[in-house]
Design a protein around this ligand. Structure first.
Ligand code: GDP
Ligand code: GDP
Length: 438
């Protein structure tokens, strides 16, 4: 478990220019404010650690959207919906000096539907005079408007009290955001034993849908209980339909695989252990990695392998799977049931790695040590330095490094390797993005 995995999450939403980012900076303190001084930084859904009155929480900044886009209201509502779904409480920021516009209304209707606790911040109330404008915000029907000035700090203490009060002790989001059971996709080339594995799992126990409250299941999905925990297996219809894989079908097969991966949180990539690891196996592993999904590699048909084959397999793994060293392997037999329950442990580990959050403080302590011990090599007499970093996202862990210049690809890989050594991330891709300051 990482430290703030269960911290409650507050999303700051509202149309452009109402002062969301200013308010976020006010809430989190000054240090991270540097983020917005970096030109060209996409600030979509960047999250920060915050503390108020001894309560820790995570702030998600949804500021930084292009304000010249067509269909702005719809876009704002859409982005806000994403952030709201992933939050325990929402702060809607409105500009009290302007009043409410259509774009505000779009967000309000999303908020009503979400039934998440909402704290209404009437911003830019810089002095007593504008306080009256704030009262007009009662008409949004979201309860009491809190008059604040994000820029001067006026009223932000009361607002923070209201935010902390609206938050649960720990986050309820991880469960809700995935709509209950974890989404697992079984992927792999034809004939490796995907259907057999699914049947083996279902044979163990098919979950009764009505037992799981608030769960709607796509007819192509299947809820399956594995070792006492229910998982949602994605697109099982494709595994059940025994279509002949004619040559023209290959495109649709890979499209289907891509869609399943997209919908899943974690993928079980099945490889036939009795045959040589193929290009197609590697392609599917890359699809999972590129999509940023957690991954477990299942070597199936273990019952068909003898000692010689296993030795070869080991060599193939060393040669072809180095890129996926971060993923756990489980040697299974869908036929005999060997190790099928062990898959569950690997799936859980991968999901945990995938959702890991590292606090900005810990990350920068880590980066400080790393840069001191292993500075970036000199390039043309210049040396790029990492100024600081932040974890922009979990699922998969995504880090943004702010630097004085470009970093060598090899150095970025080195940083990623060290991140894994310090923080784990078993079973998940880790993304590291570099943002040189212009
Ligand atoms: P965002 O697009 O919602 O993230 O808005 P920003 O935080 O970038 O702020 C937009 C503009 O409003 C900036 O010029 C801020 O300086 C200004 N602003 C933000 N908060 C306040 C405030 O409390 N009072 C006043 N007068 N201006 C503010
Ligand atoms: P899919 O195309 O990936 O869904 O593969 P299937 O589940 O249809 O399996 C292809 C063939 O491999 C079938 O003849 C299965 O009986 C066989 N098979 C699947 N898993 C195993 C296994 O663990 N051991 C052995 N010996 N055969 C298996």
């Amino acid at each position: 478990m990482t430290e703030n995995q269960t911290k409650p999450v507050v999303a700051i939403v509202g149309r452009p220019n109402v002062g969301k980012s200013t308010l976020v900076n006010r809430i989190i303190g000054r240090r991270e404010a540097v983020v917005q001084d970096v030109p060209g930084v996409t600030r979509d859904r960047i999250s920060y650690d915050a503390t108020w009155n001894g309560r820790d929480f995570v702030v998600v900044d949804t500021g930084g959207w292009a304000s010249d886009a067509k269909g702005l209201a719809a876009r704002i509502a859409e982005q806000a919906e994403l952030a709201i779904n992933a939050a325990d409480a929402v702060v809607l920021v409105v500009d009290a000096t302007v009043g409410t516009l259509d774009e505000d209304q779009a967000v309000v209707s999303v908020l009503r539907k979400s039934r998440k606790p909402v704290v209404l911040a009437a911003n830019k109330v810089d002095d007593q005079r504008t306080e009256a404008e704030a009262s007009s915000m009662w008409n949004l029907g979201l309860g009491q408007p809190w008059p604040v000035s994000a820029i001067h700090g006026r009223g932000t203490g009361d607002l923070l009290d209201a935010i902390v009060e609206a938050l649960p002790e720990t986050s309820a989001v991880p469960e809700e955001a995935v709509g209950g059971p974890r989404r697992v996709a079984i992927v792999g080339k034809p004939n490796v034993g995907k259907s057999s594995l699914l049947n083996r799992l279902v044979g163990a126990q098919r979950a009764v849908v009505s037992d799981i409250s608030g769960t709607t299941v796509d007819p192509v999905d299947e809820l399956v209980e594995v070792g006492g925990e229910v998982y949602r297996f994605i697109d099982t219809a494709g595994l059940r339909k025994r279509v002949k894989e004619a040559s023209g079908q290959e495109y649709y097969a890979s499209l289907r695989t891509a869609t399943a991966i997209e919908r899943a949180e974690v993928c079980v990539a099945v490889i036939d252990a009795s045959e040589e690891v193929s290009e197609q196996d590697l392609r599917i592993l890359s699809m999972v990695e590129d999509a940023g999904r957690a991954l477990v590699i299942a070597f199936n048909k273990w019952d068909l392998t003898d000692e010689e084959r296993r030795r070869y397999l080991e060599r193939e793994i060393e040669r072809d799977l180095v890129q996926f060293q971060w993923a756990d392997h489980v040697n299974i037999s869908a036929l005999t049931g060997r190790n099928v329950v062990k898959l569950r442990t690997a799936i859980d580990t991968a999901i945990e790695g995938w959702e890991t959050r590292v606090s900005t403080g810990k990350l920068n302590a880590f980066l400080g040590r790393l840069v001191a011990a292993h500075p970036h090599p000199l390039r043309g007499g210049k040396q790029s330095r990492i100024l600081f970093g932040t974890q922009a996202q979990a699922g998969p862990p995504t880090f943004v490094l702010f630097t004085t210049g470009e970093l060598d690809a090899g150095y970025v890989r080195f940083v990623e390797r060290r991140l894994r050594e310090d923080f784990g991330f078993r079973g998940t891709p880790v993304h590291v993005e570099v943002r040189p300051r212009a």
